[in-house]
Structures are given as C-alpha cells and as structure tokens.
Design a protein around this ligand. Structure first.
Ligand SMILES: [Zn+2]
Length: 866
C-alpha cells in the first residue's frame, strides 16, 4: 500500500519476539486454526450499484490436516443465507467481536479435503474498505457509482467469507455478474463472458496462490486506455469516462517500471496482465492488488504539461511502488502483520530506485533525503518505536503504516545497499524472492538470503536498526591531526531518550578518498590519517541513517564556501538538515542557524534549498511583529539572488530548474512577503484562471502566494478553481490553498467546507490539517475540529484521522499544549495510539524551542544582538 497522499510538499536488544517465531497456536482470537487451509476460492458476486448492496456465493476447496467437527474462518458485515459442506447443509455461527464464522458439522470430516459453500449478501459501504462505493459526477452532472475494493489489511472478510490472514495463500477465481453497460475488472484476465437473467456474467482467470488482502474487483462505468504490450504483458490504465488525456504518463511509467523490475529481480512478472485503476475515492494512496492496482486519481492521472515536477514524481513514485510489490509482497508475502514494515520499506526503496532510473535528472536519491528527514523527525522523539515490533492483532499493525515503516525502513535498506554495493544487494534480494516464491516469510529470511549471497554479517547489523527505536548521532573529531575519531550516541530532541548503540556503517571522505568503517559499540573508532586533512566529510554520499556533528576544527573547514562547493547535493542538504535538528534539540541557537543558512546564498541546487526553506519556515514560527518583519527581510535577502540567477522559464530546461524557481517564488512571496514577487504571482494566477498557458511550477507557487496574501474575492476565485479544475492536481492545489488565507472568516469557511459534501472524505482530513497549520488561524481551525470530532470520526476513513491532527504539533502556546493533552485524554485515536503520542511530544518539543528562543532570536533580528 502506498501512504502518499495529497500535495504533501514540505513536507534493547535485538531479538525476535517468541510469539511471532511460531505459526498460530489456537485458540488465539486473532489467528485462525491452521489445520484447515483453503487452496482455491470460487467467488461469484452480484453487486447492485444503485442499492449499494451485493449478493454472492463462494465455494472454497479445503485441505484438512486432521479430523474436524467445525470450520472457522473470517466474515463480518455479511448476511449468511446458506452453508453447505461437501454438498450437505451445515449450521453456522457468526461472532462480530472476533469477525469469525464457525461452521458446525454434525458428522466429523475425516478426509484430507472438503468443499465449503456459502451463500451471502452484504453492503457496498461508504468507509472505503472491503467492497465499497465510490462516486463521481459525470459530464451530464449525474452522480455515478463505482463498486470497488480495498482489502488490506483485514477487510476481504467484508466482501466474502475467507481465511483472511496473509499466510493462508490460495488461488482466487472471481466471477462478477454486472449490469448492462458496465465494465468489470479483477486480478486476472477476463476469460469468459455470458448472459444470465439480464446481467452480464464475467469470469476472470485464476490468480496465482496469494493472500486474501490482495484480492480486488472493480465494477462501474470505466474507460480503459489502449493496451501496451510490455514484453508480452498487457498493461493499461482504467479511469472514469472523460479522463483519457491524463492517462499517458502513468502508462509510460508503468511500462518502464514493469520492465525495470523484471530485470532488477531477474524474475518474470508473476501474473498475466497489469491494470492500473484510478478511483475517485480511495483511503490510502494506492494498493498493490495483484494485476489490478488501485490508485487515488491524483496519483495516477496527470497532465505532464500542466503539472509540477513534484506532481509527476508522485505519480511515478506510486506507480513504481505498487509494481515493486508485485514481487516483494505479492509473490513473497510476510507471514503475519508484524512483517508489513519490510513489505512497505522495501517497496519504498524500490520506488526510489526505479524512479531514479526512469528520470535520472530528478535526482531521486537526493530528494529522498527529505523523506529520510521526516523519519528522523519522529525517530528523535522519546515516543518513537522500533521499526519492527510484536504484533498480535491486525489493529496493532494499523499503527505500522507510518513514516518509520516507509521512510525509515526504506532509508535503512538504502544504507544497507550502499554498504554492500548495489549488485551484491540485488543478488541477495533476487535469491530471497526465488527461495520464497509463492510462500510467506519472516524478516530474518531476507537478511539470511543477503548474508548467503554477500558473505557479510547482514542480520547482526540490521537487527540493531530494526529492533530498537531511534538512531545515532555520529561525532567526528580530529585528534592531533594524526587521526580521526568517530563515536556514536543516540540522538534525541529531549534528554529523555534511552541510550542505545547500533552497528553503524560509516562512509568517510578524507580529501577526496572515501573510507568505509563500522562503529559497532559505544567505543570510539579511530581512522588513521597520513597527513592533516583539508576536508573531512562524514556520511559521505549522505545515505547513512544517522546525523553528524563535527568537532570545531573540522566544522570550520566545512563552513568555507570553497569546501561547501566540493560537497555533493545530498551532503550539503544534510549539513542544513542536521543544523535545523540541532536547533530543535537545543544544541544550536536559532541565531546561529540563520547565520549558517545565510552562508548558502550562492546555493543553486533544489535539494539544498528544500532543506533551507524548511528551516526558515521553522524559524519564522519563533517570532512575531517587528522581529518577524525583520526576519522576512532576511529571507528576501537570502533567496532573491538565487531567483535572479535561475531567471525565467526556458523551453527544455531541466525539471529541477523549474522546480527550484517554483520553490523560491513561493517562499519569497509567502514567507518573505516580497512585493514584486507577490505582484507577479497575482498576475500569473489571473492569467492561469483565464485558461491561458502558464508555467506549471510558477502557477502552483502563485496559487499559494495569492492565497497567503488574499482576500474574500480571491477566496471565491480559489474555490471556483477547485470546482472547475481540469486535472486532479489542479483541483488539489486550489483546495489546499483554501487553508492558507490569513483571515479568520475565510479559514472558518474552509473548515466548514471540509465537513461538507463538496470535499471528498479522502481529502477533507488533509484540508483540515492544513488549516490547523495556518500560522495565524491554526488555533481556531483546531477548535473547529474538536467541536466536530465525532462527525469527523464518523465520516472520514479511519486511517486519516491521525493525519488530520498532525499539525497540532505546531500549536505551541502553553495553553495549546495543555489543551491538546486534555482533549486527547478524552478522545483517544485507538488506531494510532503511538503516532498520537509522537504528535503531542513534538508539540512539547516545539513549545520548548519557542520558549528557549523567542526573546534571543527576536533581539538578534531587530538589533543584531545574539
Ligand atoms: Zn506499499
């Protein structure tokens, strides 16, 4: 699954828990008994789109390991009409609490196989889970319905009775009875079509053996692109009518990645076709259903000429991510939900690798630095968690779909790959996939496979990163010019993080030559030097999952502009990012940070500017009034030369040049309040609204700048832009800009809009999050959310509630901290307990930063005093 949503621009001892080392022992409320195993499902469903219901029947072939008098499987929100076992009627019981169905047999089953038949009915729900209803308004203004599925993690049981655990792999044969004029797709290729009682009966090819969470079917008025033949595999994009002009880019990325992954894994694609399906309503970002991958529209449909690089990159990332899962996740699957992190971490790693191959000039591994930083942010808190932990209930696994699973996990794999070498790492991955094809694994199986092919101690190293929370700060010290010492300690924003050590692979570049060393304990490691070095770069290449601090004699050399110019983009990015983290942690003053940032005035790389802008936005929240005005002036002085150097758009320029222009324009206009830039933005926005061509990067920046400085009239124009947008990206830009207005009434309107039918429930929580992040009116947006808490929880997908409240961490007054703590004590978010704790801790960290810096930084800005 991909968690990427919306326009998210910046934006112990290692040991295996014993309970997950062995396979289900009954009775366990979360694990089905394992002596009965399904081998094949024959599922036939008849959805009624207008009634939002369905009827169905399933025949399940079972393998029996021992004599049995009952059969236990999963079912919930289904009405059961009939159950037969080997043709004989059977009784059944349903238990809502355990989401189970028990079939009771009068005669014990004594053979080695049996067939279970169940007839049932259910509802197409509006909660974007199981078999659900998605809607859109067609070109005639009529609401149309699509019936579609999202099974992960445990919602296949809402569509038909099944063994809904990843280790019960089986073949799925799907048949759909659909109304005239509709299209139906599923995991396999359509193999037969017939008519029956006014319906079209569409039968799909058997799937390979796979887990129930990968089953998918979609029924509705869908259009398909022409099929692209990717070395014999048919690939297409499906979407609601009228959007075919937006499908080309996703198709191109899909074809590229499908080929690239077959080559990387050195294993053929494990199914017979790939459909990429854009859905109007989707709770996550996308879902790796075998051969039938579902997406949010904005993550698959894009107009390459009217979109920003970031918007195209999101599509490329997510398409690559889901296709990577076809092998890693679908062909080889975690045994239980504790392994979901590896599934997602690996897909994240491969998404970047494939995207980097697709568009090398995007420098995807450099921009991945930003994603790694988002993991550092959470992992610097006392309330962080280990990447892998024991998971008993599937609900506990819901808490795993976070930045530590995707971004930290992906960054750890990148660090391992860079330590072993890309070819060695890839050989290990391929070996792992071949060894465990069509089966289930534990995390250790991957480390063991890579250890086998590489001969390196992979398991010991990775265990130190996976099973304990946090990450190290590596400090480098030059001693007597004769040697360099490197030591590790745990990095934290507070003093209350527990000590820990890791097996840290460190690349150090000394005067142009790179050395690799391991810091394995709290003991310092010494690197002997031939001569006094001019330049030492620790974490050379910038791929290690740790922060770096330099002793003063090394730091002063790095600060020199000539030295900075010798660093690569990600290394410079890391210097800025580490400095911002040091400020949050209280190790560097805000004034020193600003001075450091101002040393980057000659910087011309997008990646580094991204880190600078994040730090500037953070600093801007420490001051108000005159000091803030002074701060805005310094932002202008710092950024304006770079914007001048970049100049206006030129045909055929690199994508990152346009992206940098957009970032500088947005920051100068919104944070710097630069009059000239604001005027230009207003003009661009108006031109864009007239339907005339405007450079997409500038138009996107202008949309934000106009909102930040806009009035009620601008608000209405923005709302029109949201309503009549031609692409999903344009729609989201206008929507999220509605949260940026600096006007209490307008922000209140945005909050009301989020709770109305005009905003899809997949986007509304993110709009509210943006409103809470509003610099001036965030508190009133938060008051609104609290007042509508029950309604929000009832309407929005469960996994989005925690994202909605993420920006509470930016509300830093003493009363806001106490208020949030009190509110959540009464209104816990059961599906995201740990993430909520992290948000609240980060809020306290931000409040402490403000307390510490407010006066000193204001004085520094106004009269230059430190
Ligand atoms: Zn995924």
């Amino acid at each position: 699954m991909s968690g990427t949503v919306g326009n998210d621009t910046p934006g112990t001892l290692p040991d295996m828990p014993s309970s997950s080392a062995s396979f289900p022992v009954s009775p366990d409320p979360f694990r089905l008994p394992s002596h009965i195993r399904p081998t094949r499902y024959d599922v036939r469903l008849r959805p009624s789109l207008s009634e939002a219901t369905f009827t169905g029947q399933v025949t399940i072939d079972l393998d029996l390991a021992e004599e049995t008098t009952s059969i236990v499987l999963n079912a919930i929100e289904l009405g059961i009409a009939e159950v037969r076992v080997d043709g004989r009627d059977a009784r059944w019981e349903l238990d809502e609490n355990t989401e189970r169905m028990t079939v009771l047999l009068d005669q014990p089953l004594t053979g080695s196989s049996a067939a279970l038949f169940v007839r049932f009915d259910g509802i197409l729900n509006d909660k974007l889970r199981g078999f659900y209803r998605s809607t859109y308004v067609d070109s005639d203004g009529v609401e149309q319905v699509i019936a579609t599925t999202q099974m992960q993690a445990t919602d296949c049981r809402r569509a038909f009775p099944c063994w809904d655990e990843p280790a019960f792999k089986a073949v799925f044969a799907i048949t759909l009875e659909i109304e005239e004029g509709l299209t139906a797709i599923s995991n396999g290729t359509e193999i037969e079509r017939s008519a029956d009682a006014g319906r079209t009966v569409v039968r799909f090819a058997d799937t390979m053996v796979m887990s129930s969470y990968l089953v998918a079917f979609v029924v509705g008025q869908l259009e398909a692109t022409d099929t692209v033949d990717v070395d014999g595999i048919p690939l297409r994009v499906l979407h609601v009518p009228g959007k075919s002009s937006l499908a080309g880019f996703g198709l191109e990325v899909g074809a590229f990645c499908l080929r690239w992954f077959q080559d990387y894994y050195d294993i053929a694609y494990p199914s017979d076709k790939v459909d990429l399906v854009a859905l109007p309503d989707f709770a996550a970002g996308a879902m790796e259903n075998l051969g039938c991958i579902t997406f949010r529209e904005s993550l698959l449909l894009v107009d390459p000429d009217q979109s920003t690089q970031q918007e195209r990159q999101l599509v490329a990332d997510v398409v690559a991510h889901e296709l990577a899962h076809m092998w890693f996740g679908d062909l080889v699957t975690m045994r239980w939900w504790n392994g979901i992190w590896l599934n997602e971490a690996f897909a994240t790693f491969m998404e970047i690798a494939a995207c980097d191959a697709f568009a090398p000039d995007w420098q995807r591994w450099t921009s991945f630095g930003l994603e790694r930083s988002s993991a550092f942010e959470v992992d610097s808190l006392a309330s962080t968690r280990p990447v892998e932990f024991e998971v008993r209930s599937p609900a506990e696994a819901d808490g795993m779909f976070d930045v530590l699973t995707y971004q930290k996990g992906g960054a750890l794999l990148r660090m391992l790959e860079q330590y072993l070498g890309a070819a060695t790492f890839r050989d290990g991955v391929s070996h792992y996939l071949r060894t465990h094809a069509y089966a289930n694994t534990e995390t250790n199986d991957l480390w063991d496979a890579i250890e086998e092919t590489s001969g390196r101690p992979v398991r010991r190293m990775m265990d130190s990163w996976i099973w304990q929370p946090g990450f190290p700060l590596v400090s480098a010290e030059l001693v007597d010019d004769g040697h360099l010492t490197l030591r590790q300690e745990r990095f934290g924003f507070g003093t209350d993080v527990a000590d820990a050590t890791w097996v840290v692979p460190v690349h150090v570049r000394i005067d142009g030559e790179t050395h690799t060393t391991l810091i394995e304990s709290s003991e310092p490691v010494t690197v002997a030097l031939d001569a006094r070095p001019d330049l030492v770069v620790v974490n050379a290449g910038g791929h290690g999952f740790f922060r770096v601090t330099y002793g003063s004699n090394l730091r002063s050399r790095l600060a020199d502009p000539a030295a900075l110019a010798q660093l690569d983009t990600l290394e410079r990015y890391s210097i800025v990012d580490d400095a911002w983290a040091a400020t949050v942690a209280g190790e560097m003053s805000a004034a020193d940070l600003l001075t450091l940032l101002e040393g980057f005035v000659d910087e011309r790389e997008y990646g580094v500017w991204q880190a600078i802008v994040i730090a500037l936005v953070g600093l801007s929240r420490l001051v108000d009034g005159d000091p803030l005005d002074a701060f805005r002036g310094r932002v202008r002085t710092l950024l304006a030369p770079a914007l001048t150097a970049v100049g206006g758009p030129t045909p055929g320029e690199p994508d990152l040049t346009g992206k940098l222009r957009g970032l500088l324009t947005r920051t100068l206009g919104a944070l710097g309040r630069d009059d000239a830039v604001q005027a230009t933005c207003r003009e661009l926005f108006t031109t864009g609204r007239r339907g005339e061509a405007v450079d997409a990067e500038l138009l996107a920046a202008a949309t934000t700048v106009v909102a930040v400085n806009g009035d009620a009239h601008d608000y209405d124009t923005m709302l029109d832009g949201f309503t009549d947008a031609a692409t999903p990206q344009e729609q989201l830009r206008h929507l999220y800009a509605l949260a940026e207005f600096d006007d209490a009434t307008l922000v209140a309107r945005t909050c009301e809009l989020a709770m109305s039918d005009r905003v899809k429930t997949q986007n509304a929580p993110f709009l509210l999050r943006a409103a809470i992040a509003n610099r001036t009116h965030g508190s009133s947006a938060w008051e609104f959310v609290k007042a509508h808490w029950d309604e929000a929880n009832q309407r929005f997908p469960g996994n989005t509630i925690i994202r909605m409240v993420d920006s509470v961490k930016l509300l830093t007054s003493d009363s806001a901290v106490a208020d949030a703590a009190a509110f959540f004590a009464d209104h816990p978010i059961e599906q995201a307990v740990q993430s909520l704790e992290q948000i609240l801790e980060r809020q306290r960290v931000n409040a402490a930063l403000l307390d510490r810096e407010r006066e000193g930084f204001a004085a520094f800005l106004v009269d230059g005093r430190p």
